[in-house]
Ligand binder design. Structure first.
Ligand code: B1M
Length: 222
């Protein structure tokens, strides 16, 4: 069996040790770390999600699978971070999973990729109240506020944050980027978010584009 398939199988079995072992083997075989994330770890999570929806597996199975993915990501993480001397010169991003939502695996990958691309990331974690994003953005003088949502029931808080920024008269200080499995570009447009990232790689490109837009508009915090 091909190594990426072995990774998928180990995640689906919620087998942390095997997942770690196969991820290490994949790296030794010279497979690109992002490929391991996409075609191994994330692929398995999608299959798990579909099985959960069809009631073929239950919450404890999903928890075990998530544990295996987290363990796998810990191993690829140093390889994704190719540049160790990043200074956060691209811009400042306040990032978190929106309130009511504990899914943070994808958000954590986005964080790694942004940091690797020289962004300074202020990670607020998961289940982050809308006001907390704004507080932190104001505190650190963020350029971008990034929200992740994995559920249709929680993505509805994204426009709440944008509305609050507008009410406070500070929307034009920040670019808002959204992402997560149920989030679509049309949703981003509809709620007035400047950026949408389909996956972690795309999120980096979007964040860079947003920084270019800021420079054109000469948005400053002082
Ligand atoms: Co949950 N869960 N879960 N879950 N879970 C989903 C999301 C679900 C779709 C499964 C299903 O039914 N098919 C479903 C949501 C349905 C809906 O929309 N309403 C669901 C449910 C229902 C639940 C619970 C309610 C179950 C329950 O308790 N009965 C509960 C939620 C509790 C809560 O949040 N309040 C729950 C719990 C869990 C676990 C804790 C077991 C675990 C999460 C562990 C963790 O994250 N630490 C879990 C998991 C693992 C999943 C699935 C299977 C996988 C999610 C994942 O990690 N994907 C998921 C099914 C699915 O999505 N297919 C499911 C891999 C990850 C790499 O991809 O997160 O999409 P993703 O991130 C990508 C992109 O989306 C993008 O880049 C990432 C990397 O490429 N991206 C961004 C993400 N954020 C971005 C931000 C950006 C830009 C790009 O800019 C800011």
């Amino acid at each position: 069996m091909e190594i990426l398939e072995k990774i998928v199988e180990s995640v689906m079995n919620g087998d942390v040790e095997k997942c770690e072992k196969f991820v290490k083997e994949a790296l030794q075989q010279g497979i690109d770390p992002m490929e391991i994330v996409k075609e191994g770890l994330s692929k398995a999570m999608n299959i798990i999600g579909e099985k959960f929806q069809r009631l073929e597996i239950f919450l404890p199975d999903m928890i075990l699978a998530a544990d295996a993915v987290v363990a796998g990501i810990e191993i690829v993480k140093p390889k994704l971070k190719t540049k160790n001397d990043w200074k956060g010169e691209e811009g400042k991003v306040v990032l978190g999973t929106i309130q009511g939502d504990v899914h943070d695996i994808g958000k954590n990958i986005v964080k790694i990729m942004l940091e690797t691309s020289d962004f300074e990331v202020f990670d607020l974690g998961r289940d982050v109240p809308v006001d907390r994003f704004i507080e932190k953005a104001e505190e650190v003088g963020a350029d971008i506020i990034g929200m992740s949502a994995l559920m249709t029931t929680t993505m509805v808080y994204m426009p709440v944050l944008i509305k609050k920024l507008k009410e406070m008269g500070i929307k034009n200080k920040y670019q808002v980027m959204v992402g997560g499995a149920p989030v679509l570009p049309e949703w981003a447009d509809q709620i007035g978010a400047e950026g949408y990232g389909e996956d972690a790689m795309a999120a980096v490109g979007v964040a860079k584009r947003l920084m270019e837009d800021r420079k054109k508009k000469e948005i400053r915090h002082d």
